[in-house]
Design a protein around this ligand. Structure first.
Ligand code: ADP
Length: 181
């Protein structure tokens, strides 16, 4: 499924984000930039030790990465040139500012991508794994935030959501259909 916003393609696909041939992929990291399970583990496994070395250097220089912010490393052995590491919120029931923080994680990542002149970027479904954010609600926030950003974006040509599970792809498709019929 895809839509065009301000001349920029927004695509939803099922797949493995580590295999995407794009300028940048986004990692659903943790505050410590320490690696972990889920998509974070998959990216470090596929990308090799270079990415973790860069994460450790960033961590040493600036301390833990606050939720909603983003940093960038090279892509190591990945097909992608860059990895943008951002931290989504842990779901606490929905009244602890989770939606704002999730929107901020997408915005920070997109801003960093544009600063580097990225034209193609792939996102996973941030916060909906170990962090427990309900997928339908996360999809609305993620897609709504990206659509708003794309209305003013300049270097981007394609934003791809790479959903690991077919059920998650279906949920994102329903959300996009509601936002842009
Ligand atoms: P978080 O801690 O932000 O919830 P997780 O990595 O636990 O992050 O989960 C985020 C999403 O990433 C989940 O929907 C999970 O299915 C998905 N995921 C796991 N591995 C991959 C992968 N290789 N490519 C794309 N998405 C993945």
């Amino acid at each position: 499924m895809e839509r065009i916003i301000n001349g920029i393609r927004l695509r939803l696909i099922q797949g493995d984000i580590t295999q995407q041939h794009v300028d940048a992929i986004v990692n659903a990291a943790n505050n410590a930039l320490a690696g972990g399970g889920g998509v974070d583990g998959a990216i470090h496994r596929a990308g090799g030790p270079q990415i973790m070395a860069e994460c450790q250097a960033i961590r040493t220089q600036r301390g833990p990465l606050p939720t909603g912010e983003a940093v960038i490393t090279t892509g190591g052995k990945l097909p992608a040139r860059y990895v943008i590491h951002t931290v989504g919120p842990i779901w606490q029931g929905g009244k602890a500012g989770e939606a704002q923080l999730l929107a901020k994680a997408y915005q920070s990542s997109l801003r960093l991508a544009e600063e580097r002149g990225v034209s193609t970027i792939a996102f996973p479904s941030i916060s909906t794994g170990a962090y427990g954010y309900p997928v339908a609600e996360a999809a609305r926030v993620a897609l709504g935030t990206v659509i708003t950003f794309l209305e003013k974006a300049t270097t981007l040509k394609e934003v791809r959501f790479v959903l690991f599970k077919s059920r998650d792809l279906a949920t994102y498709q329903e959300a996009l259909q509601e936002l842009l019929p």
